[in-house]
Ligand binder design. Sequence first.
Ligand SMILES: [Zn+2]
Length: 207
Amino acid sequence: MEASTILTTIAAAGLTVTADGDRLMVRPKDRITPEVRDLIRARKAELLALLAEPPATADTDDDWDERAAIAEHDAGLSRGTAETVADACHPAWHGVEPTNWREWFNAEVATRIPAMGMAAAERRAWGIAMDLWHRWHGVKPTPHRCAGCGGRLDGARVFVLPDGAPVHDGESFLRCMGAYGRRWRAQAAAALAALGIMEPEGVTDDH
Ligand SMILES: [Zn+2]
């Protein structure tokens, strides 16, 4: 079993694991079963290494909060979608595509569990997975065409999204950006499902 899978299993049992120097703190103590204790003892070094690693996409919480608030209040998205958008707009990703997406995803979730709990960690990792899949494999924008409505952009006001896709600016901006976002997110979600990564509870869609 991968160390990240162990961490996820422990969290699913309602326990929180944190690293304190070279010790692992597991709480609440009265919920630790003999099986979990043996598992943690046997894999202690790996678990400590995993918890000590900062998430690969470290991003300051203040910046993230601000992006989520803008997406929710200014763009009128639901909280779940706003959080996904905040994740998707994280600063440029430097790295190579994981060879095993499912393992990579479990590790991204596991490193975040101590700070934010299982549900939020899954949603955060999901948003990042969606964005990365989209950047690597999503349909590339067509020049001179709005990525939302497909209309020609000649002479129109244009807004270029962080992924390089152009959409109509002005009155149509929210509608065109929304249409494009729903399309690429649906495509990325289907691709991630095929890779064994399912959308977590709480990531709601806007209709
Ligand atoms: Zn458009």
